[in-house]
Write a protein that binds this ligand. Structure first.
Ligand SMILES: NC(=O)c1ccc[n+]([C@@H]2O[C@H](COP(=O)([O-])OP(=O)(O)OC[C@H]3O[C@@H](n4cnc5c(N)ncnc54)[C@H](O)[C@@H]3O)[C@@H](O)[C@H]2O)c1
Length: 256
């Protein structure tokens, strides 16, 4: 274990069926990459989606070195036509049982509030709806990556306004889908606290971030693998009776 990564647990004891397939968006980096590697270590075949094609291929290469199976898919999830094409490529693996909606715009993205909001929330809704239309009978569960921002924190000093608005909307989308679909697939969300990923590293020196980091009860920032473990648990049959939750994975900072 180094200062940026936690252990990559084998979660196969959680009941995933042999031959299970998971699609993970934003799998080239950070939380998505850790989730892809942990999913593969747990016996799942991974469709590693990312706008960064070489990055997605690099994740697939690392999974191959681990002895796992994965397919890299280059896609901008904000683009409807590309999402359709990506699902067609992914179906070459077979029907996809699990979805992790992880990719989203960086929290300090500039630009028009409404456009960023639609990118962040609309892309997750679109990827999920296309998944259900292609794989409905096989779809077992999905996890959306939200945030403590917008749900448990205002984050007014650290992120752009669209970000907490989008992450709260993703929580709402999660609850809507969880109750609309009669429990199949189950739909849950994970709300990470500050997690050490390439996206966040440049912000760690901000005074507001340092203040927040010092208040984390477990005494450290999150590792991508901390989030991956929660995602894999919620996806798994071990979480069969958990539906519609937004699970904070934040070291307890929002209670401190
Ligand atoms: N890191 C944190 O502290 C933190 C906290 C709360 C929530 N989150 C959420 O976790 C998710 C992952 O963040 P991260 O910190 O791992 O970031 P990251 O930058 O390390 O990884 C994000 C990945 O998503 C890909 N991506 C971005 N836009 C895309 C698009 N339009 N289509 C396809 N792929 C795209 C990027 O290329 C990158 O590989 C995001 O939804 C983020 O909002 C992160």
């Amino acid at each position: 274990m180094d200062q940026r990564h936690g252990p990559l647990y084998d979660m196969s004891a959680l009941g995933f069926a042999p031959g299970g397939i998971v699609c993970i968006t934003g799998a080239a980096s950070g939380i998505g990459k850790a989730t892809a590697r942990m999913a593969a270590k747990s016996g799942l075949t991974v469709a590693a989606w990312d706008i960064d094609g070489p990055g997605a291929s690099s994740t697939v290469d690392e999974i191959a070195v681990q002895g796992g199976n994965a397919l890299a898919v280059t896609v901008d999830v904000f683009d409807e036509a590309q999402v359709d094409r990506a699902w067609r490529e992914t179906l070459a693996l077979g029907p996809c049982h699990y979805l992790v909606n992880n990719a989203g715009p960086p929290s300090r993205s500039q630009g028009r509030f409404a456009e960023r909001l639609v990118e962040a929330v609309g892309s997750m809704e679109r990827v999920a709806e296309r998944w259900l239309s292609h794989c409905g009978g096989s779809a077992a569960s999905m996890v959306n990556i939200s945030s403590i921002a917008g749900n448990l924190q205002g984050s007014g000093k650290t992120v752009s306004a669209f970000y907490p608005a989008a992450k709260a909307a993703i929580a709402g989308l999660t609850r809507h889908m969880a109750t609309r679909l009669d429990g199949r697939p189950r739909v849950n969300a994970v709300a990470p606290g500050i997690t050490i990923t390439p996206r966040v590293e440049p912000m760690l020196a901000l005074p507001a971030m340092q203040d927040l980091a010092m208040r984390i009860p477990v005494g450290r920032l999150g590792f991508p693998e901390d989030i991956a473990g929660a995602v894999l648990f919620l996806l798994s049959p071990a979480a069969a009776y958990i539906n519609g939750v937004v699970l904070p994975v934040d070291g307890g900072v929002t209670l401190a």
